[in-house]
Design a protein around this ligand. Structure first.
Ligand code: NDP
Length: 479
């Protein structure tokens, strides 16, 4: 192979990359060694702001192939015909740990997918759990503070976890999932992904349906016992990252079957659960899973920073035929994700190659900003209205109106109607006895570290979900 010439960032040939320019053999370095200065200065700037949550991740490219017709529910081009294939990029993360933290910890996993559709990117920014700890984003920064490091000790603080959860009973469902076997997946290929929020679909007749997204692993759910996971933390902190990379390198491509649950628009008003409450599932017996497609991860990134670190997902990115719902958490994430990326990557983050639509179409009137590294739309007109043939909005993409009613106020969800205990209880009751025992042991192992008053408060919540759930934990805690 012919050797390439080493250059400075400005493309100037470099004569020596091993010794710096000094005044005499033992003399000090000269300021004139601009190549040395460039190297040091660039090195100082290698790190960008770490994501506050979901900092540690593995990523892969793949495909999404439609296997069943759902055009009666959605006009999105991605679903337009059976056999249709769309490029995807996936990022799979832990939530609480920093960029270098261990993979095999008990935590929720991010399951973020970017579908490069012909009508722009659809980002499905989900988790490996169908619900979340809270249903109102106003609680989110406080909740995440309990999961990150203590302000004084810089250690993770289990008292903060249980203090928060004992004061927020809506968390019980997700807490039950987190401390169950599924709280530590054996690997990324062995977990499910869920959209978690309720989204909406619009069909060609502009009929609206509420939908939930489910990606079920075809490798089968496999989890890790706490003791094994703890051992692996010390031996191979990057266990899941390594496993995904090596699995794909070997040509064993993990797959998930994509299903939806569909609720006609009107039914939301009378359904027994608030269908926009992120702490609740829609029981399968009410809304059965409808098979749609297969997702496959089949190509490793060439460059981690360019593809995984710079990947920027936002629930705001939905394409015609897919839309939002009144879910309060979703509404906040529509703002928060793009805002995080503007902070992390700058105003032009959508222009980075990993975030660019594969359709090549991005005709906006946005210009300039830090790191505008493409042609900045050249000489094209940069305002609207204009008489020079600039891009135009198309009313054909307008969504049908959504009826909203009520007084502007701050509403606490009515506990009686939207009970926070039934679904965690249902989950506990569907677990086999041995899994129930492990769940109780996992919870008690952590809860014991909190003050007794908090333990008691928490046990009262578990008991409301299921008497034996609460008494089991109380016994393990020695109460
Ligand atoms: P179903 O019996 O219809 O569904 C139960 C679902 O629970 C399964 O399909 C599976 O979801 C999931 N599940 C099974 N075993 C476990 C386990 N050990 N740990 C965690 N999840 C498990 O009943 P419902 O729809 O009424 O749900 C009952 C409970 O199941 C819910 O309260 C919820 O906690 C949980 N669940 C429900 C989901 C839903 O969308 N309805 C999705 C996931 C969990 P999967 O096939 O997706 O793995």
């Amino acid at each position: 192979m012919r050797e390439k010439k080493l250059t400075t960032a400005a493309g100037i040939p470099v004569s020596d990359n091993q010794t710096s320019l000094t005044a005499g053999e033992r003399g000090p370095t000269l300021l004139q060694d601009h190549y040395l200065l460039e190297k040091l200065a660039h090195f100082n700037r290698e790190r960008i702001a770490e994501r506050v949550v979901h900092a540690k991740a593995a990523g892969a490219h793949g495909s999404f192939t439609v296997t069943h017709d759902i055009t009666r529910y959605s006009k999105a081009k991605i679903f337009s015909k059976v056999g249709k294939k769309t490029d995807v990029f996936g990022r799979f993360s832990t939530v609480a740990g920093e960029k270098g933290s261990a993979d095999t910890v008990r935590d929720v996993r991010g399951f973020a997918l970017k579908f490069y559709t012909e009508e722009g990117n659809w980002d499905m920014v989900g988790n490996n759990t169908p619900v979340f700890f809270i249903r109102d984003a106003i609680k989110f920064p406080d909740f995440i503070h309990t999961q990150k490091r203590d302000p004084q000790t810089n250690l993770r603080n289990e008292t903060a976890w249980w203090d928060f959860w004992s004061n927020v009973p809506e968390a019980l469902h997700q807490v039950t999932i987190l401390f169950s076997d599924r709280g530590i997946p054996r690997g990324i290929p062995y977990m499910n992904g869920y959209g978690s929020h309720t989204y909406s679909f619009l069909n060609a007749k502009d009929e609206r349906f509420w939908v939930k997204f489910h990606f079920k692993t075809r490798q089968g759910i496999q989890t890790m016992m706490q003791e094994e996971a703890d051992r692996i933390v010390g031996k191979d902190a990057d266990y899941h990252t390594r496993q995904l990379f090596e699995t794909i390198e070997k040509g064993e491509y993990p797959q998930w079957t994509f299903y939806i649950q569909v609720m006609p628009e009107k039914e939301a008003e009378s359904y027994r659960w608030n269908p926009f409450d992120l702490t609740k599932v829609w029981p399968h017996s009410d809304y059965p899973l409808i098979e749609v497609a297969v997702l496959e991860m089949n190509r490793n990134p060439e460059n981690y920073f360019a593809e995984v670190e710079q990947a920027a997902f936002s629930p705001a990115n939905v394409v015609p035929g897919i839309s939002f719902s009144p879910d309060k958490m979703l509404q906040a994430r529509i703002f928060a994700y793009a805002d995080a990326h503007r902070y992390r990557l700058g105003a032009n983050f959508e222009r980075l190659p990993i975030n660019c639509p594969h359709s090549g179409v991005h005709n906006t009137y946005q210009r300039d900003g830090m790191m505008r590294f493409d042609g900045n739309a050249g000489a094209a007109v940069n305002y609207e209205p204009n008489s020079f043939g600039g891009p135009k909005a198309d009313p054909a993409y307008k969504e049908p109106p959504l009826k909203i009613s009520g007084d502007a106020d701050r509403y606490e969800q009515k506990r009686g109607v939207d009970d926070d205990y039934i679904q965690p209880g249902n989950l506990y009751r569907l677990m086999p006895k041995d899994e129930q025992k492990r769940l109780i042991k996992n919870i008690a192992g952590s809860l014991k570290k909190a003050p007794v008053e908090i333990q008691k408060k928490m046990i009262a919540h578990f008991s409301k979900a299921d008497e034996s759930y609460g008494t089991g934990i109380a016994k393990e805690c020695g109460l």
